[in-house]
Ligand binder design. Structure first.
Ligand SMILES: [Zn+2]
Length: 58
């Protein structure tokens, strides 16, 4: 098994982890009901995607 030759320093380890922050998911606006929704997802408000009703919402 491949083994690291040297211990990763705290500075290198923490610099690597500095890119691991999670960000809030991006939003788009539903063209049907104009509510914010996740892009490339069926709108949870009206159930439409690509101009067609995909899921039944009350
Ligand atoms: Zn909608």
């Amino acid at each position: 098994m491949a083994v690291p030759k040297r211990k990763t320093t705290r500075a290198v380890r923490d610099a690597r982890r500095s890119t691991h922050k999670v960000e809030a998911p991006s939003r788009s606006v539903c063209p049907q009901c104009h509510q914010p929704k996740l892009p490339h997802r069926v709108c949870p408000e009206c159930g439409y995607y690509d101009g067609k009703e995909i899921i039944d919402t009350e």
